[in-house]
Design a protein around this ligand. Structure first.
Ligand SMILES: O=P(O)(O)OC[C@H]1O[C@H](OP(=O)(O)OP(=O)(O)O)[C@H](O)[C@@H]1O
Ligand SMILES: Nc1nc2[nH]cnc2c(=O)[nH]1
Length: 171
């Protein structure tokens, strides 16, 4: 595994993102992490947001399209729906990685269809695949090469390595 970003670099970037979000977003926004991969990022971001005076509601949605493989199946499956009604809310959809853009596009569509007042999107890392240009992302933590398979900080390889505290690449 190659290290792309260290724990220290990640902590600094997450802090910076939280400061910006606390400035931009309404006090009562809904933070909506996309499980499974976004859970580590969400936990760190949420605590950094609190430090900057932002205390959002939190609700999870779970999507899957890789099912343990290193390439997308092409089909996004909803494994767990939101538990709250998103109608009228400002929703910040949070994902760990943007690759083909299918997962974020699917999640954004769900939230828009249900009448959210505003949908913002955030990814911890955007892969420079070219596909993801189709979907606008409001907050991007880091960028990575298209041919890197990313692990750590919530991202798995066949279900493992989510607990690696840095952002790594295996390929
Ligand atoms: O831009 P895309 O090509 O859609 O890829 C990004 C998605 O891939 C991963 O999800 P995965 O389906 O592997 O599920 P997981 O979060 O449970 O690991 C990741 O968490 C993103 O949601
Ligand atoms: N773990 C992991 N999941 C992904 N989903 C889409 N791209 C990736 C990636 O590079 N790593």
């Amino acid at each position: 595994m190659r290290t792309l970003y260290t724990e220290q670099q990640i902590a600094e970037r997450v802090d910076e993102m939280a400061r910006q979000m606390a400035e931009d977003l309404p006090k009562d926004f809904l933070l909506a992490p996309v499980l499974t991969g976004a859970f580590i990022f969400a936990a760190d971001l949420l605590r950094a947001l609190y430090k900057y005076g932002s205390d959002p509601y939190v609700d999870f949605v779970q999507l899957s399209s890789y099912a343990g493989a290193r390439s997308s199946s092409g089909v996004v499956t909803l494994l767990k729906d939101f538990s709250v009604d998103v109608e009228g809310k400002t929703v910040l959809l949070l994902d760990d990685v943007l690759d083909t853009g299918r997962s974020l596009h699917f999640g954004k569509g769900m939230v828009e269809d249900r009448g959210a007042a505003e949908v913002k999107t955030c990814v911890f890392v955007k892969k420079l695949t070219g596909h993801a240009e189709d979907i606008h992302c409001d907050y991007i933590g880091f960028e990575a090469n298209a041919d890197d398979f990313l692990v750590g900080y919530g991202m798995d390889d066949g279900g493992r390595m989510r607990g690696v505290p840095l952002l790594g690449a295996v390929n």
